[in-house]
Design a protein around this ligand. Sequence first.
Ligand code: GLC
Length: 581
Amino acid sequence: MKRFFICLMVIIALIACNNEKKEPETTSETTDIQKKWWKEAVIYQIYPRSFKDTDGDGVGDLKGIIEKLDYIESLGVNMVWLNPIYSSPNADNGYDISNYREIMDEFGTMEDFDLMLNEMHKRDIKFVMDVVVNHSSDEHRWFQESRKSRDNPYRDYYHWWPAEKGEPNYRYSLFDPKGDAWKYDSITNSYYLHYFSQKQPDLNWENPKVRQEVYDIMKFWAEKGVDGFRLDAFQFVSKDTSFPPLPEGYEKDVIKYYGMGPNLHKYLKELNKEVLSQYDVFAVSEGAGSTFEDAHSLVDADRNELQMAYHFKGMDVGNSLEGYELSEFKEVYTKWDSAFAKEGWLSIFLANHDVPRMVSKFGNDSPEFRAASSKMLNTFILTMRGTPYCYYGDELGMTNIAFDSISQYQDIVAKNGYEKTINEGGDIEQYMTELKFLSRDNGRTPMQWDDSEHAGFTTGTPWLPVNENYQKVNVEAENNDPNSCLNYFRDIVKLRMDNPVLVYGDYELLFTENKNVYAYTRKLNEKKMLILLNFSTENTSIEISEKLKDLKLVINNLSDVELEDSKVTLKPYQALIFSYK
Ligand code: GLC
């Protein structure tokens, strides 16, 4: 059961990083990190199924995104990442691709895509394409061919294990209800490997033809003008293809046994040479290995591999019903910042399509504190070093939907986990309680545009229900309220855009031991800012070392503020930013 929940959170818990090898200091010195446009960006992530439906089928589409580009522009963000939009049978909502050069029917056409990209570029918004090439769909032509016969030209596009060699050494599957990553296929009396679901067979990157296919696909999209690539589950592409038996407990460090394989860096260098270096694009890896060294090996400029990675250590915090301690949160972000202060670059995020809503997990989604805590969390994302990734709806303070019955869930992981728990005689009540909080569907409910039926997302029946709080939490209502989460988000994005210190400045943690307040400074040359974030429901006072009259308050997420000489009293979930004069 517990193990399943590790699976449920996919990369979050599975790619658990243990960063024990290198323990850097908690502060960093002035950096001479190279300036790059993708470091200065603020990325807005859109789950396209859930953003805006224009044809009434209950599923978001590209025309819907085009319709909302003025809204996206109004946020002040300058880059958009869309989850996969390629043709797909949707076993895993587009993370199972059947044609890498076509747009999924439900989302529209290639003409819609071209128009969308063009309209984004007209507004100076760049675009990041999700690239899912650890695996394809089992409905991809390559796999259809591959399974036909052992001598098919596409046979080696995937990992096959002939049954006459006996059963392959067991590997557990992250998504499978039976838990086995090898699936027997009677057509050729062989097993194929699928780290994710049975409908997502792993591609064989050892085969140079597969790699060439991938580079060609990426070039196809780069030629169209995309500006970046998000490499899905990328650490897994290089494997030990002898598939040896795995030691007891390997699930706890699955990335070590499943990913960061012997040839990963060779492939990344090749990809860089063939694609990334040929265009003005960047690539971000989902996952950053198990150690700081792993992460550096992926993104340091002199490696000529990738430009950015996101680690999941931050996501591991609070991955349970018990919640989390602020001390752990501070420690994770401080260590990762320090480890990358001089070299390499990371992203900063608190939510995406694989995890609960940011405010429900790290903040407080009760009516009293929802708005304040979600503004406070956005303040964190937008004032840390690293490229911020803001998940659609988090600018409004959208919350978990918290389903009660398994029939309400759509996610393959939720459904397969349910089946697995039943099969194994696990505690289904406990499973449902955890699912309610941790399910990926929590973060995938439709965008809340207004207070009309289905929150203005669709005129049909939405593929996933709209959160009941849409009558209050929606774009239209928040647009009209100067104190809304939405308008605060615009302010804080603008502050980031206007202040390179928030992008490149050194980070220093203050008040390390304070249990309620996360305080830090960012400093770049003469410019310095102080960020104070109350992560608790308690009023908390701190005594800073300067006189407050020497600082200028530039952001406050609440209407008032208590300042006295050098003492600041932060109200529950208050976020303040001061600039040093
Ligand atoms: C990544 C995606 C996740 C997907 C999985 C398999 O972790 O973020 O949504 O299910 O890869 O492609």
